[in-house]
Design a protein around this ligand. Structure first.
Ligand SMILES: [Ca+2]
Length: 420
């Protein structure tokens, strides 16, 4: 027996095939893999949306599967939850979750959700907006401070904002947010319901990285290249929302000092690696999801330089995939995985995954395991879960926890462990 979920994998591939428009398959390689895909072959067997685009270097897309893949056992540890967007483990092993419509809950280790936490501010829920990511302050055990991002209604539109608050848990499984303060607002506001990002990641020196989107439509999205605009950026701020003094554009005219990197599309996936460096996976256009290690002041290309095509099938801009002034992604996916949450695996429970990135796939409907060799991708492995995956975290037990979502429906939390 290879993997427990091979049958599920076959089901997903069939469904995906049906969903691919015929025109997207023209000129592409026929699918050859699926459940018979072997180690050494790429796990992706579907035709590319942009079959004429070439990677900038070997291994930038469709990396092979590793020879040693663990058999993974899955177990639903919580179900019937509202539509979740993010989860974090609390120091006591319980899970703090955000529900997109604007609620937070604490889920006990045996899977029971407590009552809605009081004091969560109103969020603009609709489209891709709502209550988004949550992060614990680095000193949470003593401060009880949390940070969360959300889509905020504003006088002149809406946008992604970040708030801090003190979480006081009660003895009924719930709790209260006190002293809620909006510390940062992505500006300008825009009247839309797409591409809010976001993820919140604390770096090793308590710096807070905030990832956002570029609001999708043609007019706002070009602002991903504009240093005066907060659209399509990664920010680096302190716990009060101020730019860090050593940020790359501090002191530069016509640039927001909070910006860390630019040229991003919609960032819903971010984590630190074992050295404390930020990595992200962003939603690209059709056939253009990409893994990056964003560095200060660098330009990641969108919407001028990108892999993939528009949803219409047209070229994005001039159809350029490489340019000297922009950074190449470490890795890209065509077709897309539709990345959600991301974690760095440093546990011992699944030794084959040590040092790998785990990325939730909304379209991939499973966990995408990215094995690294230095700063390059060596292998890509997938664990099909037959559900859109909204977040992925490593638990204190070294198991992997994946949050599922169904549009308009409930979420579950699935525990992944190595089968005996
Ligand atoms: Ca890019």
């Amino acid at each position: 027996m290879n993997r427990l979920l091979l049958l599920l994998s076959g089901t997903i591939l069939s469904a995906t095939l049906l969903a691919v428009p015929l025109q997207a398959q023209e000129g592409a390689q026929p699918a050859t893999g699926g459940e018979s895909t072997q180690a050494g072959e790429p796990v992706e067997t579907q035709p590319a949306n942009a079959p004429d685009q070439q990677p900038a270097f070997a291994g930038q897309t469709r990396a092979p599967q590793p020879a040693a893949m663990p058999e993974i056992k899955t177990e639903v540890v919580a179900e019937g939850l509202p539509h979740l967007w993010a989860m974090e483990f609390l120091p006591d092993g319980r899970m703090l979750v955000t529900a997109k419509e604007g609620a937070m809950h604490i889920v006990s280790a045996n899977g029971e959700a407590g009552p809605a936490i009081e004091g969560v501010p109103e969020v603009l829920s609709g489209g891709q907006g709502g209550l988004l990511d949550v992060a614990l302050a680095p000193d949470f055990e003593t401060s009880s401070m949390i940070f969360f991002s959300f889509s905020e209604e504003r006088d002149d539109g809406n946008g992604t904002s970040v708030a801090s608050a003190k979480l006081t848990a009660d003895d009924k499984g719930g709790g209260t947010l006190e002293n809620v303060q909006v510390i940062f607002r992505q500006m300008p506001s825009y009247d839309g319901n797409k591409h809010f990002g976001s993820r919140l990641v604390f770096g090793p020196n308590n710096e807070l990285y905030v990832t956002v989107g570029e609001r999708s439509d043609p007019e706002p999205r070009v602002q991903a290249q504009d240093l005066k605009s907060g659209l399509g950026k990664i920010f680096r701020i302190d716990a009060t929302g101020k730019a860090l003094e050593d940020n790359p554009f501090v002191g530069q005219d016509n640039a927001l000092p909070e910006i860390w990197s630019l040229g991003h599309r919609n960032l819903q996936s971010a984590t630190l690696d074992g050295e404390g460096r930020l990595w992200t996976v962003e939603h690209g256009p059709r056939g253009g999801d990409e893994l990056n290690r964003p560095e200060p002041g660098k330009n990641y290309g969108w919407p001028e330089v990108t892999y993939g095509v528009e949803y219409s099938g047209d070229a994005v801009g001039q159809g350029i995939t490489q340019q000297a002034e922009t950074e190449q992604p470490v890795y890209y996916w065509d077709p897309v995985i539709a990345p959600s949450g991301m974690a760095y695996y440093d546990g011992d429970a699944i030794p084959e995954w040590k040092g790998a990135f785990l990325v939730g796939g909304l379209v991939a409907q499973g966990v995408v395991v990215i094995h690294m060799d230095g700063d390059k991708v060596k292998y890509e492995e997938r664990v099909p879960l037959d559900a859109r995956i909204r977040d992925v975290k490593v638990g204190p037990d070294g198991a992997v926890y994946a949050v599922t979502e169904s549009r308009g429906g409930n979420s579950t939390i699935v525990k992944l462990t190595k089968a005996d």
